[in-house]
Structure formats: C-alpha cells, structure tokens
Design a protein. Structure first.
Length: 145
C-alpha cells in the first residue's frame, strides 16, 4: 500500500519488485506525458510513470522524501513515484467493493477496499499505461541507445 496526495493506493504484492528512495529521473524526449523519464535499476532502463498525470491531478516535482515502487508489468518494469510506501494491505483488512461500483470507467483500478472512512484503490499495473504509451516508451528508449 502507498500514499499519493493523501490518498491510499495498493498494488498486488506479486507485481512489486522493490521499494526505493526517489532518485534523479532522466528526462526522456518523445515520451508520452504520463512518463516522467527513466531511471537505472541495476543496469536496466526503467520508465517512471507519473500516476498524478494518469489520475488527472496536477503534477508536482519528485521530492527527496518520496519513494519509487518498482513494479513488474506484462511489458516490463515501471517505477511509480509515491509520497510514501506504508505497508501491506491484507485481504481481510477491510470490506472489498467492486471497482466498477466506485470508479466506473477506470480500467486501471481493479478493486477498492474500505478501511474505516478511507478507500484504498488497488491498481492493475498492466492497464496503468495504454498500448500506445507503451509503444511510445519503447520507441523513446530505443532512441536513447
């Protein structure tokens, strides 16, 4: 589970590769607006996905206190800048509600948990980026070689 702009989100544990402190992001010309740039993760070029842009919220600079969640999607690793990684969300922690009942038309939200007064949106890492964005990222990264 992680926090971004005072909202809690989660990813399935099996897609999370690691959580690290934020590092400098190298801009990637020709990348879609949702991509902040790339970082080096043990020799692999990993795109940094700006979830705030994806969620249609105002973008902000990455802070030194932020974290990156490096997750494995069906097309490769992605890094997600977040305010803070806060721990694990167990299936039994709260009531589960179908995402379509809470946030219809958001394919990247797979589930919603109610934890007291809070909602935790569980993201589907494979649908956070569109096929067109993934293709543009691949082209932009190839252009760096």
């Amino acid at each position: 589970m992680f926090v971004l702009n005072d909202q809690r989100y989660a990813l399935p544990l099996d897609v999370v590769e690691r959580v690290t402190r934020a590092v400098e992001v190298t801009p990637l010309p020709e990348a879609p607006p949702v991509i902040r740039g790339v970082i080096n993760v043990q020799g692999e070029v990993v795109p940094v996905v700006d979830l705030l842009t994806r969620f249609r919220q105002p973008a902000r600079e990455i802070q030194v206190t932020d974290h990156f969640i490096v997750a494995s999607s069906s097309t490769g690793l992605v890094a997600l800048p977040v305010d803070e990684a806060v721990g694990l969300l167990r299936d039994t922690a709260g009531e589960s509600v179908a995402a379509a009942d809470v946030v219809p038309n958001l394919s990247y939200v797979s589930d919603v948990f109610l934890l007291g007064p809070d909602m935790v949106f569980v993201l589907d890492i494979d649908t956070v980026l569109t096929a067109e964005e993934e293709s543009a990222i691949a082209d932009a990264v190839r252009g760096r070689d």
